[in-house]
Design a binder for this molecule. Sequence first.
Ligand code: ADP
Ligand code: MG
Length: 357
Amino acid sequence: MSLSTSAPAEPAGVVEAPAISIRGLRKTFGDVVAVDDVDLDIANGEFFSMLGPSGSGKTTVLRMIAGFERPTAGRIQLDGVDVTAAAPFERDVHTVFQDYALFPHMSVVDNVAYGLRVRGERTKARRERALQALETVRLAHVAGRRPSQLSGGQRQRVALARAIVLEPKVLLLDEPLGALDLKLREQMQVELKQLQRELGITFVFVTHDQEEALTLSDRIAVFDAGRIQQLGTPREIYEQPSSAYVAGFVGTTNLLDSATSQWILGVAGEHAVRPERLRLSPATDTEPAGTGEVRVEATVVETIYLGTGSRVHLRTDGGTELIALEQSTGFDTGEDRGDTVTVRFARADVVSLSSGS
Ligand code: ADP
Ligand code: MG
């Protein structure tokens, strides 16, 4: 294509500003460094998760985005506008807290309409919009009840409705499913994902639950000690963990230290391989390792039945502990404690954790 002399409507290469842009973000409380030099861009409409153990700085980052906390250093932009010094109400974001923070003396619909009332919207209009938001979370039928008359999952959905009724560009969710039992949590995960897709709102989701982060997110930032250890898609985080920390925190993994790697793989440096990549066969399988395959003999320490499969704990002659995850095939593969088995896995499934490789 040749260059046109007439100016295009928009210059080529113009990129939409990220919904959230964070540079050099730092927060200290006395001697505690809660957030330590975080850089982050979150795209419009993205379902973004911050995953990490308790105390790793996730909530503090969220509170700085919302404006409840002032950064010690660094800048925050929303939609290309610097809001580092802006008050919470000047930011087009809304937070859903873990404890929901509903008003117990107000009806569900009044709870949802509350933010609109603060904005000065008229009674009739705000009631209509609140009912609409309740319909989105499938709770219009309990609009007249008090929060105490709802189940945990319903209260959680009211908290969501109260946030989405304000139509924020960004929704911040701090462990919103933490108070729910497993079954309800899984159900709410599906609903959250559908809601986010429907509304097209940018979600920043905080969780310490790796499975939740993997299933919901477009991208994940794995936090440790106030820093982002790895940033990537769920697949990248799981398949190509950048460090032993990430490999260990996100799912179960077999970590091979340098000496073990040298022995089993024939190369030095730290490596990891996921339990579901290990294949077991009886010790009678004496076939040597194929091309691109690793073969090692091990003794079964314990087999744990999981329903969907079995988790087999193994120890090699060299004393390395390995875990293999076997899908249930309907057959009993029959590894018993003390059995010797042959373990095989593909070299392609081994991740190098050594920096610079
Ligand atoms: P997370 O949400 O990942 O569990 P937080 O962001 O809540 O982590 O906390 C990060 C660190 O900062 C922790 O060590 C926590 O104790 C500390 N911290 C958070 N808020 C405060 C505060 N208001 N005063 C003092 N220390 C705080
Ligand atoms: Mg927290």
